[in-house]
Design a protein around this ligand. Structure first.
Ligand code: AHR
Length: 379
């Protein structure tokens, strides 16, 4: 019944969904890589309250239909399609939330537009979906619409980025962005020491302003820069896109010509754009270049550039959250209380073992040298 109602309302709302790139995707292709999610879930690390863990979930192959035998309708308000990482995240959801697995997925690509994302969530409420998944473009401005979800009795599951001004959701599954930033900083310190580089003059290309991925990586790296007295010459928003990375780097190459020896890009696609800009400006980068290039995400193309030595180090952000969300939904369907916070397992990738271990807040971190096998297995 809910499904029929949802379909009628979905047709009525087609215009507004199209306006923000929406599409019902219950029979989209399923060539996403949910199976590799098992490699993202090896350790378990509950905190004292028992509410945080490094997730252990596998892509579901069992039927998750609700107890009345109908498909479970899941609305997913995705950030957009700005990066390789985002594509992997979307494909992960599309491969898990299939009819075969007992789901109907209503997918909306919000094209990095926060207003469109709020509209998408409200359309899910009107469609009376069973669950709403949100990957929040920005971390604030959520309490009103999450209250509306709560009043409608629809559980919300947040993935990837965090919501920081409301707790009206059942669970969050994502990355520890601050630790990613801290790790990038501490690795850079160890690498510079090993290479005998005493002075670091750093340019940062940030992700989307207001996104928790940007906030965490920026704060984590800044903490290390402050600790070691590094100079951050500039830090600007590249919106997590290749075009954004290229544009900011072109302007940096002009404004800071000859003054910088480190570039931090807050995702792989920005790094690809920055590499184009530096090549065009005659600036050399990577293991044999004048500029140390650091990136985040570690998607396939990013790792290929690490393997070729163009990117010195890539700090993983794992996009394969969907199997964990499937677990959360199963638990909610069974009347159980899911973990409220699940961190994805992530690795730090480098070209070689110049630095093999380093510490973040006293915890030893190991570094993974990229091989053909690693590139092949990556999303
Ligand atoms: O929120 C995750 C970030 O968003 C990824 O680093 C980036 O690629 C994406 O756009």
């Amino acid at each position: 019944m809910k499904k029929l109602f949802a379909l009628i309302l979905a047709m009525a709302m087609a215009f507004s969904l199209v306006a923000c790139g929406g599409s019902s995707d219950s029979d989209t292709d399923d060539d996403g890589d949910a199976s590799s999610a098992s490699s993202a879930s090896t350790s378990e690390d509950e905190d004292e309250s028992g509410t945080e863990s490094e997730g252990e979930a596998e892509a579901s192959s069992t039927d998750d239909t609700s107890s009345d035998g109908e498909l479970i309708v899941v609305g997913f308000a995705q950030v957009g399609h700005e990066s390789d990482w985002r594509t992997a995240s979307t494909e992960s959801c599309q491969s898990v939330f299939t009819e075969e697995n007992g789901y109907e997925l209503v997918f909306v690509d919000c094209d990095q537009d926060s207003a469109a994302q709020l509209e998408a969530v409200r359309s899910f409420i009107q469609q009376e979906v069973d669950y709403i998944i949100i990957d929040p473009i920005v971390s604030t401005g959520w309490d009103t619409v999450l209250t509306e979800c709560e009043e409608a009795g629809i559980p919300v599951i947040v993935i990837d980025r965090t919501i920081d001004d409301s707790d009206k959701y059942a669970a969050w599954v994502g990355s520890d962005f601050t630790t990613e930033g801290l790790a990038a900083g501490e690795w850079l310190k160890a690498y510079a020491d090993a290479k005998g580089i005493e002075e670091l003059n750093i340019l940062v290309i940030e992700g989307t302003t207001g996104a928790s991925a940007t906030i965490g990586r920026t704060e984590g790296f800044q903490e290390i820069a402050d600790k070691y007295g590094w100079t951050i010459l500039d830090s600007q928003d590249g919106d997590f896109t290749e075009a954004g990375g290229q544009e900011i780097m072109e302007s940096y190459c002009k404004s800071y010509e000859g003054q910088f020896n480190v570039v931090i890009c807050q995702n792989d696609n920005e790094a690809f754009g920055a590499m184009t800009a530096m090549t065009n400006a005659g600036v050399t980068y990577g293991v044999d270049g004048d500029v140390i290039l650091i990136s985040f995400d570690a998607c396939t193309a990013g790792l290929q550039y690490v393997q070729s030595g163009d990117i010195n180090a890539d700090f993983e952000c794992n996009p394969l959250a969907a199997p964990f969300v499937d677990e959360v939904i199963k638990q909610l369907e069974a009347g159980e209380t899911p973990e409220t916070t699940v961190y994805m397992e992530e690795h730090w990738y480098t070209y070689d073992d110049t630095v093999s271990t380093f510490e973040v807040d006293g915890v030893e971190q190991s570094v993974t040298v990229v091989t053909d096998e690693i590139v092949e297995a990556q999303y």
